[in-house]
Design a binder for this molecule. Sequence first.
Ligand code: EPZ
Length: 431
Amino acid sequence: MESIVVRGGRPLAGEVTIDGAKNSALPLIAATLLADGGACRLENVPELRDIVTITRLLQGMGAEIESCGNTLTISTAGVNDCQAPYELVKTMRASILVLGPLMARFGKARVSLPGGCAIGARPVNLHIRGLEQMGAEISVEHGYIIGRAGRLKGADISFDLTTVTGTENLMMAAVLAEGTTTLRNAAREPEIVDLAAFLKKMGAEIEGEGSHTITIHGVERLSAAAYRVMPDRIEAGTFMVAAGISNGDVLIRNAPLAALGAVVAKLQEIGLEIEPQASFAEDEVLGGTPVRVRRRPEGLRGTDVKTMPFPGFPTDMQAQVMVLLALAEGSSVISETVFENRFMHVFELQRMGADIEVEGRTAVVRGVAKLSGAPVMASDLRASAGLVLAGLAAEGETVMSRVYHLDRGYAGFESKLAALGADIRRISEEL
Ligand code: EPZ
């Protein structure tokens, strides 16, 4: 098992480049299943455990995948096994994203029901109901979703709650369906707009992505295409907090600011200076903007945070902003409206001296003058990032175990922080 050891108190300084977005790369890779010939080329793919998992999943189905640095070349012409086995799905719930493409292109699928995870039950009932509205026959047998269909038929689908991968799965199911599909109360996340852009390069006909209503006109076939994954807005937001919590001065290259409106507004309210630097033109090519991030001289002030679907404040930044508020002047109320159990990081932060009380989906954070380093345990991806951020500011040494959670969503996190001057390293602990 590996741990991360960080000694706090060093202000971060220098430049960091944000990688491609995990939550865009995953549906983009799943979407390559829709091409019936040629090879898709995806650039700016982050080197993460979850990416390895989904490429293994597609290779198991018969796809040919070449990986060279941050570029994947994927041919799915030879796919002949429409299964997503439990062994892989249990390690990554986002495997459910192959269900829509498999049903669209092959009319059949056998995908393990993703279990719940640390942050919640994570049901996929809306994914299944949408496919049934499109004419699929879906049964759940021995923990597997078994789907059968002739050609899917366009349908008018209303989501009773906003689901990111549900919207993505049904958008992918609809692109080869007969007729038109309308997704109402669709999720508006930037990663959905990224996916729609790739699907349109493959030949799909989609309108309204990024709004609450997406219309997809089914076509006969899709061909391979090339695409560059958008920068990761959550990694960018995480480094903004790292700069602020360490009282540093950091230039974040290619930050997708258009996708970070609520995050930037909230961090500025708490007391960070976040200044776009228009001078680096090439970042426009990468799909982002360089921003300089520092803490304002008057320090950090508490405020309330409510996580919401995009364009609201993202739940994937909740743990990170909580750590910042733990050191802010005054009290803050954090409401986690998206997931039912996303406060596990609180108990670890309390061990570092944070003053936080949890009542259901609400956490009351009272700012303290300092945090103290301690042995802590990661529980999920974003909680682990938050604990590392706490370690950057804490007095003394923090040792975070279960680093595999972090590796799912952050490429070279400790190396990037060390390059900014943090006293941080990864160690292997004997079992
Ligand atoms: C995506 O998960 C992200 N993952 C999550 O990021 C992110 O936290 C989440 O969206 C919310 O923004 C990927 O994109 C791979 P949802 P997803 O379906 O799609 C309920 C990270 O850290 N729901 O939008 O699984 C569900 O229980 C990860 O990178 C149903 O009830 O989230 C939740 O309460 C964590 N039935 C709410 O909707 C369904 O059929 C939102 O879930 C689907 C969802």
